[in-house]
Design a protein around this ligand. Sequence first.
Ligand code: ZN
Length: 141
Amino acid sequence: MTTIAEGISAVSTALGIVKTLREIDRGVQEAEFKLQVANVTSALADAKVALVEAQEAARLQKEELEKLRSAVRYREEETIKVQGFLFRKQDDGPRGKAFCPVCSDEGRYIHLRIVPTKDGNVNKCPRCNSNYGWQVPEFTE
Ligand SMILES: [Zn+2]
């Protein structure tokens, strides 16, 4: 991250220098000199935009990594697995409804809901709509 920020700063400095160069009276081949200065200015401006975008991408990746770390920490410290389903852990025992296994693998802890169907009640995830049937354990809150 620091390297990208330094890159942006360096490019900004270079753009300032080029602006100064543009004001120098070259006399001989002035048109060519000005054309090259324009090219360098354009290239540096493109580089700056790219660095700003890279910085934003890195920031978003860092946020995503922190979210995943937090989800992993939650899974390790705050949940317990019973019959293949994760539950919120309290006093070393499972509590409440199961979390959706599909969503919890993505770091999202969504409680299954009991949904009535024509074949009886089933446990479904309100987010991904996965159906886990009726044989899902449930514990008191
Ligand atoms: Zn789900």
